[in-house]
Design a protein around this ligand. Structure first.
Ligand code: RIB
Length: 295
């Protein structure tokens, strides 16, 4: 079984600020850094650090060539990453004194996928392989349709949620990994229990993994429902915590681990990510996750 992550690659410009800038306000940043990120890239890093080396597919602009070396270093296969003309995807991220963030995303190269490129990548995958997707690239409806036609298992993290998702046939998704806000946006429901119930009603065959930040997470599939509390840590930067959870969760699925164990490991990994600044570089190795014990 192969794992393909078809996802974004962003240059993250992170500004450390006392508070997230308000409308009409100008504030001084205390620090700035540029790191490699993107929900797609971060989730590939999390998979790799959890011990699963995936293939990453996605597009970088001319100033994003360092992604190739970084992927090699992290243990991510670069065979299907391509460079296109124009700007790389990038973000402007503010991180406040409480470690909370706000992100402006410029899609750039991530929005230049073509059906031909999707076909070129997917021809290397088959029934039973896993494809992981997020919502930071274009051609998602086509990717979902083609992956489903091939019999691939589709794991979808509908993040960030926007109207473009209405064009996707989400009935073809096998596993949803989403946070409470995305759950609310998808279903119109407001509590974790009603969000899960609505998702289950819409997508009765899919597994649902709802993350609730400090509130823990809920896994639901058929008659099985599990709750895992979150680990309490001092937040330095919450960026990529969700991506870490997703990568570790998918790694657990690949290993066919018991769901209880997967939730525990993914929750510990996400908590550790929050204790460090940045996106991909804050994602812990499995060895660190195994040592983490604050319960
Ligand atoms: O989930 C965190 C990621 O979201 C950042 O790395 C940034 O690139 C945005 O896409």
């Amino acid at each position: 079984m192969k794992v393909l992550n078809f996802g974004s690659l962003n240059l993250d410009y992170t500004y450390k600020v006392s508070h997230i800038v308000r409308e009409g306000e100008t504030i001084l940043a205390n620090d700035v850094s540029m790191n490699l990120g993107g929900k797609g890239f971060n989730q590939s890093v999390a998979l790799a650090r959890a011990g699963i080396s995936c293939y990453h597919a996605g597009l970088v602009g001319e100033e994003g060539l360092e992604f190739y070396d970084a992927c090699e270093t992290f243990g991510i296969k670069t065979d299907y990453i391509k460079t296109v003309t124009g700007r790389c995807g990038h973000t402007v991220i503010q991180v406040d004194d409480n470690g909370q963030n706000s992100i402006v995303l410029f899609g750039g190269a991530n929005l230049k996928n073509s059906k031909e490129y999707v076909d070129e990548v997917l021809k290397n995958f088959d029934t039973g392989d896993i494809i992981l997707l997020q919502n930071e690239i274009n051609e998602l409806p086509y990717i979902i349709d083609q992956a489903f036609a091939k019999g691939m298992t589709i794991v979808f993290n509908p993040s960030p949620y926007d109207d473009r998702l209405e064009e996707c046939d989400l009935g073809k998704v096998s596993v949803f990994v989403l946070n409470e806000t995305e759950g609310q946006q998808m279903t119109g429901m407001t509590t974790p229990a009603t969000i899960v119930a609505a998702l289950d009603a819409f997508f009765s065959n899919a597994r649902i993994m709802l993350t609730l930040g400090e509130g823990g997470c809920i896994y639901h599939h058929g008659d099985e429902e599990l709750y895992q509390p979150a680990f309490s840590v001092k937040a330095v930067d919450t960026t990529a915590a969700g991506d870490t959870f997703t990568g570790y969760f998918v790694a657990g699925l690949c290993r066919k681990q018991p769901m209880r164990e997967i939730l525990l490991t993914a929750s510990k990994a996400a908590a550790l990510t929050v204790t460090k600044p940045g996106a991909a570089q804050s994602i812990p190795f499995m060895s660190e996750v195994e040592l983490f014990n604050n319960d």
